[in-house]
Design a protein around this ligand. Sequence first.
Ligand code: UTP
Length: 290
Amino acid sequence: MQKIRKAVIPAAGLGTRMLPISKSVPKEMLPLVDRPAISVLVEEAVAAGAEDILIITGRGKEAIENYFDFNVEYEKKFADAGKLDQIEEMRRVCSSANVYFLRQKETKGLGHAVLKAKSFIGNEPFYILYGDDVIVSETPVCKQLATAFEKYGKPCCGVKPVPWDQVYKYCSLKAESNGDNTYLVTDMIEKPKPDQVFSNLSILGRVLLTPDIFDILEVTPPGAGGEIQLTDAMRKLAISGGMTAVEYEGERFDFGAKLGFLMANVKEGIKHPEIGEDFKKFLLDFVKTI
Ligand code: UTP
C-alpha cells in the first residue's frame, strides 16, 4: 500500500460562526475536553502515516504555532518535581511529526488555502483535513481514505449523508455505489440550490488528493460566497476521471459551529479517563432538572 506521507490542514478561516470567541481564539484551538481540535487532527494524520504536516494559518492564529512548540517553563516545573513522564507526554504532541506553518494572508476560501500548499506537496498524493472538523472514529478517517485510494486508484473524499433540508449548506455529490461503503463520484456542486441537488451525500472534513488539483485550483474562479472553493476544483477531477467517495466510519463534529463544539465535548467528556465518570453522573442529574 502506498504510504501517504504528507497532510495539509487549512486553519486560516475567520470562524465567523464562532464569534465572539474567534476574535482572539482560533476555532481550531477550541478544546475537545483538554486537547485543541488541531491536535486531534494532527494525531489523526500521523495515525494514517503522515510525517510532514502543513498547517495553513493566518493573522491572529499564533496560538496554533505555539501549541506545537516545547514549553520550557512547564518542563522545568515537571523536571524539578521528578515528573519526567509528563515532560515526555507534552513533547509527544510536538514531536510526532514535522509540523510546518504557512500564512494564507488573505482568506479567499478553502481552495485558495489549499493552493498555498503546492510547493510543500510536490508530486505525491496527500491528505487534507479541514481544520474545524473533528472526527472520532475507530480507524482514522484519513486511513479509510488511503485504503480506498489503494483499491480504486482515484482521489478520494470522505462523505456522510446530511439531512435533505440541509444539503444547501454543504456540497452535493453525483455518486453511484461501488457495492461497498464507497461510491464513484462523477460530479459535485458546492452549496446547491434546490434544483441543483444531486444527492444528500456531502463531503465532510477529509479528502485525499493528487497534486493535479493544484493546476486546477490555479484557474478556479471564486464560486459560492465569493470564495475559491475546493469543491469547484474537485468537480473537475470528478468529471474528468472520477473520484471515490468513502462513507466513513466515525462521528464528525463541526467545531466551526457552537452546537457541534458543545456536542463533541459532552460526548467525549463522558469517555475521558480522568473526569468521565464524574461528568456522566453530573449530566444524569442535570438532565432531570431541564
Ligand atoms: P469554513 O468555511 O468552515 O471556515 O472552512 P470559515 O470560513 O472560518 O467559517 P465561517 O463561515 O467564517 O464560520 C473550512 C476550513 O477551511 C479553513 C477554515 O479555517 C476551516 O478549518 N479555511 C477557510 C482557510 O484556511 N482559509 C479560508 O480562506 C477559508
